[in-house]
Design a protein around this ligand. Sequence first.
Ligand SMILES: Nc1ncnc2c1ncn2[C@@H]1O[C@H](COP(=O)(O)OP(=O)(O)OP(=O)(O)O)[C@@H](O)[C@H]1O
Length: 323
Amino acid sequence: MIQINHLEKTYAQQEVIRDVSFEIHRGEIFGIVGRSGVGKSTLLRCINALEPITAGDINIDGISLVSLNEEGIRQLRKKISMIFQNFNLLTQKTALENVTLPMEIWGVDPETRQRRAKELLDLVGLSQKYDSKPKALSGGEKQRVAIARALALDPEILLCDEATSALDPNTTKEILSLLKKINTELGLTIVVVTHQMEVIKDICQRVAVMEKGKVSALGDVEDLFLNPGKSLKKLIGEDEMEVLPKGTNIRIFFTKEFSNQSIITAMARDLNVDFSIVWGKLENFSGDVLGSLVISIDDGDRDRILGYLTTKGLNTEVIVNEL
Ligand SMILES: Nc1ncnc2c1ncn2[C@@H]1O[C@H](COP(=O)(O)OP(=O)(O)OP(=O)(O)O)[C@@H](O)[C@H]1O
């Protein structure tokens, strides 16, 4: 749905996006994660044509952003809406007025926009707050109003720029489950820019990790987090593997199909082998608890153990610690 092709973005002399290419599929929740300043927000602003592209292109449903004139950009913005860390609500207007505003700008008749705004405020759980002004709303409620407003023109894509960064952990969870609900019920494609790993794990199906204006890793969230490459490890500060004991260690990856099964105890019984568990991590990915476990084994048992785990359909990695 969104195809980013060799995108480059430069501000004055500063190269902020360098040759970035990837695709975001229709209906998915896609994450863009990275440290502050790597160019995440700039990339998001290029997607909705808030920033002119320096080189390369972005195609949305086959339409090249580079080729768009002013009217084309206006039509594009109707299809793509955005929410922000600081909500960007109009402080003098009520929740209902904030949500009706985009419809007013697009010439929707007053009766329809009132009805639609109320439906949207109901959808985001604010049916009691139509007449409240932003200062009388909590951070989570303000973001709900912003989400309702973002949905006012029936967009196909919702861009979220650090939308939960100003919220406490419980409110963050509530907003994320609202985004999930919108994604499922309305089939909206959602692009989430964040520096919070938990946000990615909680709602995204795929993720691009950004480093210094480039994509350093791209793929399914579960795959990337369960078997992180160098760049992601750096980002999440995962250095546990350095403390493994001397000798042969096997890392076992637990995917959805296996997370509830006691494969390790069954293996000990079936093979009658000794091993010790030296490291483990279980995490929540979109509601599924997945993770990996490292066991230290006698090198002589290696082939039998690997054979057993492979027959059971588990992915493994052998880590031999020479120290
Ligand atoms: N309008 C602008 N004019 C000039 N430089 C800009 C502009 N917007 C962003 N930059 C610079 O581009 C770089 C990337 O900024 P960007 O906001 O995209 O990063 P980010 O990864 O979203 O970080 P953060 O989460 O801190 O916003 C930064 O060095 C920033 O100073």
